[in-house]
Design a binder for this molecule. Structure first.
Ligand SMILES: [Zn+2]
Length: 310
């Protein structure tokens, strides 16, 4: 359905939940991709890009744009950079972190994830515009899920690339609140910003594109109310999403190894503290909570991924 609504030169490759969607922009002078998926799937990402280029009679990719630097949005950067020699643009507030590959500023260690190192060539400054393919896109700040995330808006066609700030049914985990930084108010403000834009099509970071913005904003607001009314609830939800995400990568893991990963992951240590649980108690609770919600199952000494995805 989305291809019918898309103007020429824009193509979406909807990925599984582990990788953010890839959004292609084809123009005479520029070929760009927004977000590059998770590192464990970077070979697949190179193939997807190669095929998309071939289909359009092209062989080179000029630039990568990252809406934010979570590993499911920029995990394919290094592989694409190596393969195509393309430039990489990151949100301005992340430039120094990328330049120094500063583990304290980047999210990977904190969230217990991996992302191969890459270098950036340009920055995305909220309030400015950037040419992607044949259209100019406005760069807008969208803090909440991630304090430095940007979203992209194409005014003539009313298209919003919403990253994890707005999905058809919600938004990405409000991570900052897990470690005591503000996020709820930022999500509310980002939803207000999005609602004020004339939008006919939203291309989210995960899931299919959608057209009913009002309905999604309403869903997101009630979700925000639910989470913000209890920071414990937000922490439990965030912790479950982090383990589920890791399980999507592992598919199957010895429970002992899962416990070790939980215990060693700083964001989860913060979540445990927020929930007034000791780390051992928390590491026992979290896999059970995922099993209870149907997003994982136990098989002997193993924790297994289980669909429907969380
Ligand atoms: Zn994200």
């Amino acid at each position: 359905m989305s291809s019918l609504l898309l103007p020429p030169g824009i193509e979406i490759y909807e990925r599984g939940w582990l990788s953010a969607n890839n959004i292609f922009h084809f123009g005479d002078g520029d070929v760009s991709i927004v977000d590059t998926g998770y590192y464990a799937h970077s070979k697949m990402t190179v193939d997807i890009v190669t095929n998309a280029l071939k289909k359009n009679g092209l062989s080179s990719l000029n630039k990568i744009i990252n809406t934010h630097l979570h590993s499911d949005h920029c995990g394919g950067n290094a592989a694409l950079q190596e393969h195509f020699g393309c430039e990489i643009y990151v949100p301005a507030a992340e430039a120094l972190a990328v330049q120094d590959w500063n583990a304290d500023l980047l999210s990977y260690e904190n969230l217990g994830q991996d992302c191969p190192q890459f270098s950036h060539h340009g920055i995305l400054i909220p309030g400015q515009e950037i040419l992607l393919g044949r259209y100019l896109w406005q760069i807008l700040a969208a803090p909440g899920h991630d304090p430095h995330s940007v979203i992209l808006y194409q005014a003539e066609h009313g298209i919003l690339i919403s990253a994890d700030a707005l999905w058809e049914e919600g938004f990405g985990v409000i991570f900052p609140e897990l470690w005591g930084e503000p996020g709820f108010e930022e999500v509310a403000q980002t939803l207000d910003l999005i609602e004020a834009l004339p939008v006919s099509l939203v291309i989210p970071g995960h899931g299919r594109p959608f057209t009913d913005l009002a309905k999604s904003i309403e869903t997101a607001r009630s979700r925000l109310d639910y989470l913000a009314s209890s920071p414990d609830r937000n922490s439990r939800h965030g912790a479950k999403v982090l383990l589920k995400y890791k399980l999507l990568e592992w598919q199957k893991i010895e429970m002992q190894a899962a416990h070790r990963w939980i215990t060693d992951t700083p964001a989860l240590q913060h979540a445990a503290k927020q929930l007034h649980m000791g780390m051992d108690e928390f590491a026992q609770w979290l896999p059970q909570a995922l099993v209870k919600s149907g997003a994982a199952k136990l098989e002997g000494a193993y924790l297994m991924n289980h669909e429907p995805t969380y």
